[in-house]
Design a protein around this ligand. Structure first.
Ligand code: AMP
Ligand code: GLY
Length: 428
C-alpha cells in the first residue's frame, strides 16, 4: 500500500512518521517533504507541489490515500480536484476550507450558528476602520481576512499600533489581497488551547488536547510566530471544558457546515481562548492540524492512524475510537536567527541522529531543512526542527526534550526555554 502526504513541515513529517507503522505499507510519499522525511526508511520525497500533477501521480501510482497537511493547497481546492477524479483524499473542500481562508467567512458563520467568538466588525475602508478603533479603544485585535502565513494578526496594545496595522493592511497593501479586507475584534483574555478533531462531514473524533506557544520569547512575549513549541495533553482542557467545547463549538460547526451544503471533512482546528470563568471563545479555525501541535499529539496516538483516516474518508468516524498514550508529549521548536522576521538560512545542522530517532521516546521532526551540494543537512526556513519527547508528566517530557536539544546545533539557533510552563505552574 502506498500513501501520499502533502506538505513539507514538522506537521507533515509527524503525520508520515505516525503512518509509517501501518501494516502492509510499501511507501509513504511526502510531497515535497524535507531533509528529515528524506532519510526515514518508509518515506520518499516527491518534488511535486502542483495539485493536478499530484493527482496524476496518485492515480498512476495507485496511492491508497492522500493526506493534506497545510492550508494553502486546501484553499486552492486540492480535495475537489482529487475527488473529481475518484481519488481518496482526507481534507476539506475549497468551500469548507473557507473557515480558515477567510476570517470574514468564519466570523459570520459563527454569528449565524451562535458559536461563541469575540465581537467583531469587518472593514475594507481604512477611514471607517480608524474611526472604529478610536471608538473601541485598546487593546484591540486587527486581522487580515485572507491567508497570511501567520502574519495576518496584530494584537495592538496602543492606538498607534492599531492604526499602523490598519494602514499596512488596507492602505499600504502590505499583505496583498489577503489584507484588502480586515476583521477588527475584541481582545480576549485567558489561556489558549488548541482543540483538533477529525470530521467526516457529520461525525467527529476529537484528538488529544494540546497547547501551543505562539510568541517568540519566553514568558509569551514578543511577536507572534507559527508556534514555538507545544505539548499534549493540555491540562486547561478539563473533562468539563472538553464537553463544553464539543457542545458549543465543534458540534454546531459541523452541523452548520452540513446545513450550508459545505459538509466539513478533514482535520478541524479550533484555536480557543478559555477565560478564567471557564467561558470558551473561538479565536480562529484552521482547516488542518496545528504545527507544532501535531508533533506531540501524534506521538501519543496508539491507535492505527490509517484506520482513523479510513473511517473519516468513509464517513463512519462514529464507529472508531482513538487511544492515547498516558504519557505527556512535549515538542520544542528550534528556529533560525531572525525568525519570525526573514530568517537566516543555509546553516549546517550538527548532531542530528541519522534516522531522526532518539529511541522510542523521542524524535526530531524536521521543518525547514534541506540538503546542500555535499548532502549535508542545512537550515532552509524559519522553523527548522521540533524535538519531541514523551515523559510521565510535563516536567519529565520537558527535561528529556531539552536534554536532547543540547546535542543539536546550528549557527543562529534560537528556541524558547519554557515550553510547558503553564501546565507546570497549574500543577504547582
Ligand atoms: P489567530 O490566527 O486568529 O489565531 O491569531 C493568532 C494569535 O493572535 C492567537 O493565537 C492569539 O494569541 C492572538 N489573538 C487572536 N485573536 C485574539 C483576540 N481576539 N484576543 C486576544 N488574542 C488574540
Ligand atoms: N501552531 C498554530 C497553528 O498551526 O496554527
Amino acid at each position: 500500500m502506498k500513501l501520499l502526504v502533502i506538505g513539507s513541515g514538522g506537521r507533515e513529517h509527524a503525520i508520515a512518521w505516525c503512518l509509517a507503522r501501518t501494516r502492509g505499507l510499501q511507501k509513504i510519499y511526502v510531497a515535497p517533504g524535507n531533509a528529515g522525511t528524506a532519510v526515514e526508511r518508509e518515506m520518499e520525497n516527491l518534488p511535486i507541489t502542483n495539485p493536478q500533477e499530484l493527482a496524476n501521480f496518485a492515480a498512476e501510482n495507485k496511492v491508497f490515500l492522500t493526506i493534506v497537511g497545510p492550508e494553502a493547497p486546501l484553499a486552492k481546492g486540492i480535495v475537489d480536484i482529487f475527488r473529481a477524479r475518484g481519488l481518496r483524499i482526507f481534507g476539506p473542500t475549497k468551500a469548507a476550507a473557507q473557515l480558515e481562508s477567510s476570517k470574514d467567512f468564519a466570523k459570520h458563520f459563527m454569528e449565524r450558528h451562535h458559536i461563541p467568538t469575540a465581537a467583531f466588525e469587518t472593514f475594507t475602508d481604512a477611514d471607517n476602520a480608524h474611526a472604529y478603533v478610536e471608538k473601541q479603544g485598546i487593546p484591540i485585535v486587527i486581522k487580515a481576512d485572507g491567508l497570511a502565513a501567520g502574519k495576518g494578526v496584530v494584537v495592538a496594545e496602543s492606538l498607534k499600533e492599531a492604526h499602523r496595522a490598519i494602514d499596512d493592511m488596507l492602505a499600504g497593501n502590505k499583505l496583498g489581497k489577503a489584507g484588502a479586507r480586515i476583521v477588527i475584534e475584541e481582545f480576549l483574555d485567558g489561556e489558549e488551547a488548541s482543540f483538533i478533531v477529525m470530521a467526516d462531514g457529520k461525525n467527529v473524533l476529537a484528538l488529544a488536547s494540546s497547547q501551543d506557544h505562539k510568541r517568540i520569547g519566553d514568558g509569551d512575549i514578543g511577536p507572534n510566530t507559527g508556534g514555538m513549541g507545544a505539548y499534549s495533553p493540555a491540562p486547561v482542557v478539563t473533562p468539563s471544558i472538553h464537553a463544553k467545547i464539543m457542545r458549543e463549538v465543534i458540534s454546531p460547526t459541523i452541523k452548520g457546515m452540513a446545513q450550508e451544503s459545505m459538509p466539513y471533512t478533514g482535520f478541524l482546528y479550533a484555536g480557543l481562548m478559555i477565560g478564567k470563568d471557564g467561558s470558551i471563545k473561538v479565536l480562529e479555525f484552521n482547516c488542518r492540524m496545528g504545527d507544532p501541535e501535531a508533533q506531540p499529539i501524534l506521538m501519543r496516538l496508539k491507535t492505527d492512524f490509517l484506520k482513523l483516516l479510513e473511517h473519516a474518508v468513509d464517513g463512519n468516524l462514529d464507529k472508531v475510537e482513538a487511544e492515547w498514550d498516558l504519557n505527556v508529549a512535549l515538542g520544542v521548536v528550534l528556529a533560525s536567527a531572525k525568525y519570525p522576521g526573514i530568517p537566516r538560512m543555509g546553516n549546517l545542522i550538527k548532531g542530528l541522529p541519522p534516522d531522526n530517532s532518539f529511541g522510542g521516546d523521542a524524535h526530531v521532526f524536521h521543518a525547514g531543512t534541506a540538503f546542500n551540494n555535499a548532502q549535508k543537512t542545512i537550515t532552509s526556513g524559519g522553523r527548522v526542527l521540533c524535538v519531541t519527547a514523551l515523559g510521565v508528566n510535563v516536567r519529565a517530557a520537558q527535561k528529556r526534550a531539552y536534554e536532547l536539544i543540547e546535542t543539536i546545533s546550528f549557527t543562529g539557533m534560537q528556541y524558547r526555554r519554557d515550553i510547558g510552563y503553564r501546565a507546570i505552574n497549574r500543577k504547582a
